[in-house]
Design a protein around this ligand. Structure first.
Ligand SMILES: Cc1ncc(C[n+]2csc(CCOP(=O)(O)OP(=O)(O)O)c2C)c(N)n1
Ligand SMILES: [Mg+2]
Length: 551
C-alpha cells in the first residue's frame, strides 16, 4: 500500500502505543494525526507542546513515550519557541519524541536560523527523513534511542510530508528497547567497598526511576543497612517515610554528605549543577558510580570504582552479592537517621503548623500533605522558592508522587507536568505549586485545562515578588532591583483566573488552607481545574545544596 510520510509516521506511532500527541500548530504531520484518529492535545504555545510530552515521558519513567509536533522548516517560528522546551528536556535527559517539518530539498540555507544546527545541540539524535521510504527506518531508530541507554530527546524532521512510499516493503515492528547488565566483577568490588565503609551513603538519582528500580533500591539499602539521599529529580525513588531516608536537602543531608566515607551513587551522574549537591571533600571519599553511561565516570570528581549498567540490573546484582556476605551490623544507623532528620526538619515542622499571617508557605505544604492521599497524587514545584521549600519538606511516598525537575529550571514547567500527570494517571490528584513568575508563564495555557477538562489544581504561593534564587527577598545574596512585581494588594489573580472559568479562591486565613484545598480537589474530581491563591509571607528559608556558597 502506498501511503504518504505523515500517514506512515502516525500509523507507526499507533503501533508504538502512542495514544495522543501534544502540539501547537502548524506542523505538516498534524492533519495525518487528525485523519488517522490519533488525538492531539493542542497547547497554546510550542514550548508547552514539548514540555507536556517531555513531562509525560518523565512521569511514566519512559514506559510511555511522550510525543509532540511543532512547526519547523523554512518558517521555523514554532521551533524557535519550542527550543526552550527541548533544551530543558535535553538538559534533564527526558526521552521525548519531537516531530517537526524539515527544511525541504532546495530550500536549505535560505533562512538565517539553522534548523539542523539548532536541533543537534539539544537532542540525543536529530533525524532528517531525506527519502520517504526511510520513514520506518527513522522511526525504528528513534524509538530504539528513546527506549535504550541514557534517556534524551529525539527530533525527527520531515521535509516532505506528502511524499509517498510503499508501506509493505519494510513493515514496521514496534521496538522493545534494550538494557545492559553490569560486569559481575565490578559488582563484587562495589560491594567490597560498600560493606567495608565506616559511614556509607547511597546517593540515588533519576536513573533508578527510569529503570523502575525503586523496590530494588529499598531492598539494597535495607540489606546493607545504608542511609539514602536522593537528587531533586529522583525525589520519590526511595520512600520518604522509610527509616533509612535522610532527605533531598537540608542540614541532615549536609551532615550525611560530610560524614560519609563511601558514596554509592546509583542512577545519578553526580554532576554538581545549580540544583544538586556537590560532594564535599570528594577527593577524600571513595565514590562508587553506578550509571548507564560511561561518560559520567570521572566526569567532575574522581570515581574510585564504576559499575556500568541499567540501574535495576545493577541493584539486583548488588543485592545478590550483599546477601551472600556477612551484612553490616544494625548498630544505630536508623536511630541516627531519625535524630538527624528530627534536628534538620525541626524548624520547618514548626512553620508547617504556623498560624501567622500572611500565611507561611510551609503551612500550605504541610496542609497539602494532610489533604492529599500521598500514594495517589502528584505534586510538582516551580522554579524559585516553591522548588527549594517543597524539596526540603514534602514527603514523597511513591515514585513520581512528586516530580522534581530542572538541572536548569525553566519557569512554567509545572503546569506542563501537572497536565502530563493527569494524562498518565487520570485518577490521581494533580497539583502544580507555583510563584508569580511561573504563573505568568502558564497563563496562556490555562485555557487548555478547561477545554480538555483536566481537573488540576494550581496552588499559587502569592508572595508579591520574585524570590528567585538564594535569599531572594532579604539577606545576603538578595537581588534588590529585580524582585518587585504587582502583588496581591494590587491585583486579585483569583478573579483573573476565575473569569476564565476555573474554580478559584483567594485564601488569607491559615485555618482556611485545608478547606480550600479540599474544595479544589472536589471540583477537580469532576474535571474542572482550580486555582487557589494563598496570600503568603516572603520566606526564603529552605535546605541548602552542599558544596555551594549559596542556596
Ligand atoms: C525561563 C526562566 N527564566 C528565568 C529564570 C530565573 N528565575 C528563577 S526563579 C525566578 C523568579 C521566581 O519568582 P516567583 O515565581 O514569584 O517565585 P518565588 O521565588 O517568589 O516563590 C526567576 C526569574 C528561570 N528559572 N526560568
Ligand atoms: Mg513570588
Amino acid at each position: 500500500m502506498t501511503i504518504d510520510v505523515a500517514t506512515g509516521i502516525v500509523r507507526i506511532l499507533k503501533q508504538e502505543g502512542v495514544d495522543w500527541v501534544s502540539t501547537f500548530p502548524v506542523c505538516r504531520v498534524n492533519n495525518a494525526l487528525g485523519r488517522e484518529g490519533l488525538p492531539m492535545l493542542m497547547m497554546r504555545d510550542d514550548r508547552y507542546a514539548v514540555a507536556v510530552a517531555d513531562a509525560f515521558s518523565r512521569i511514566t519513567a519512559g514506559s510511555r513515550i511522550g510525543v509532540c509536533t511543532f512547526q519547523g522548516g523554512v518558517n521555523a517560528a514554532g521551533m524557535q519557541y519550542a527550543y526552550a522546551g527541548l533544551a530543558q528536556a535535553y538538559e534533564d535527559g527526558s526521552p521525548v519524541l519531537c516531530i517537526t517539518d524539515g527544511v525541504p530539498a532546495g530550500a536549505n540555507g535560505n533562512s538565517q536560523y539553522d534548523v539542523t544546527a539548532a536541533m543537534k545541540t539539544i537532542s540525543k539524535w536529530y533525524g532528517y527523513i531525506d527519502k520517504p521510504e526511510r520513514t520506518p527506518e527513522f522511526m525504528r531508530r528513534a524509538f530504539t534511542m528513546l527506549r535504550s541507554g541514557r534517556p534524551g530527546p529525539v527530533v525527527l524532521a520531515v521535509p516532505n510530508a506528502t511524499a509517498t512510499y510503499d508501506e509493505t516493503v519494510d513493515p514496521y515492528r514496534p521496538v522493545k528497547g534494550w538494557k545492559s547488565a553490569p560486569d559481575p566483577s565490578d559488582v563484587r568490588t562495589a560491594v567490597d567497598l560498600l560493606l567495608g565503609a565506616s559511614n556509607p551513603l547511597i546517593y540515588a538519582g533519576e536513573g533508578v526511576i527510569y529503570a523502575g528500580a525503586s523496590d530494588d533500591l529499598k531492598a539494597l539499602a535495607e540489606l546493607a543497612n545504608v542511609p539514602v539521599i536522593t537528587t531533586l529529580k529522583a525525589k520519590g525513588a526511595f520512600p520518604e517515610d522509610h527509616p533509612l531516608f535522610v532527605g533531598v536537602r537540608g542540614d541532615q543531608v549536609t551532615h550525611y554528605l560530610n560524614k560519609s566515607d563511601v558514596i554509592l551513587a546509583i542512577g545519578s551522574s553526580l554532576s554538581p549543577g545549580r540544583f544538586s549537591h556537590g560532594i564535599p571533600d570528594a577527593v577524600k571519599k571513595t565514590i562508587i558510580l553506578c550509571n548507564v553511561d560511561e561518560l559520567h565516570i570521572n566526569k567532575m570528581i574522581p570515581t574510585a570504582h564504576a559499575v556500568i549498567g541499567d540501574a535495576r540490573f545493577t541493584l539486583r546484582a548488588l543485592r545478590q552479592e550483599v546477601s551472600g556476605r556477612a551484612g553490616r551490623a544494625a548498630g544505630n544507623v536508623v536511630a541516627e537517621v531519625k535524630a538527624a532528620r528530627d534536628q534538620g526538619l525541626a524548624r520547618y515542622r514548626q512553620v508547617m503548623a504556623s498560624d501567622e499571617k500572611p500565611i507561611n508557605p510551609y503551612r500550605v505544604y504541610g496542609d497539602l500533605m494532610q489533604v492529599l492521599d500521598l500514594r495517589k497524587s502528584f505534586v510538582t514545584h516551580e522554579s524559585g522558592n516553591t522548588r527549594d521549600q517543597l524539596s526540603t519538606v514534602f514527603d514523597t511516598l511513591i515514585p513520581r508522587g512528586f516530580l522534581g525537575w530542572g538541572n536548569v529550571s525553566t519557569l512554567g514547567f509545572s503546569l506542563a507536568a501537572a497536565v502530563a500527570a493527569k494524562k498518565a494517571f487520570p485518577d490521581r490528584a494533580s497539583i502544580a505549586v507555583t510563584g508569580e513568575a511561573g504563573l505568568g508563564y502558564m497563563l496562556g495555557n490555562l485555557e487548555v485545562l478547561l477545554r480538555e477538562k483536566l481537573g488540576i489544581t494550581v496552588v499559587h504561593i502569592s508572595n508579591g515578588g520574585f524570590a528567585g534564587y538564594g535569599p531572594g527577598f532579604w539577606g545576603a545574596g538578595h537581588d534588590p532591583y529585580t524582585h518587585q512585581v504587582m502583588g496581591p494588594d494590587d491585583v486579585d489573580m483569583s478573579k483573573v483566573v476565575g473569569a476564565l472559568g476555573f474554580h478559584t479562591e483567594r485564601v488569607t486565613e491559615p485555618s482556611e488552607v485545608i478547606p480550600a484545598l479540599n474544595r479544589a480537589l472536589a471540583v477537580n474530581a469532576s474535571g474542572r481545574p482550580a486555582y487557589i491563591e494563598f496570600i503568603c509571607s516572603q520566606y526564603p528559608v529552605y535546605g541548602q545544596w552542599v558544596g555551594r556558597g549559596e542556596g
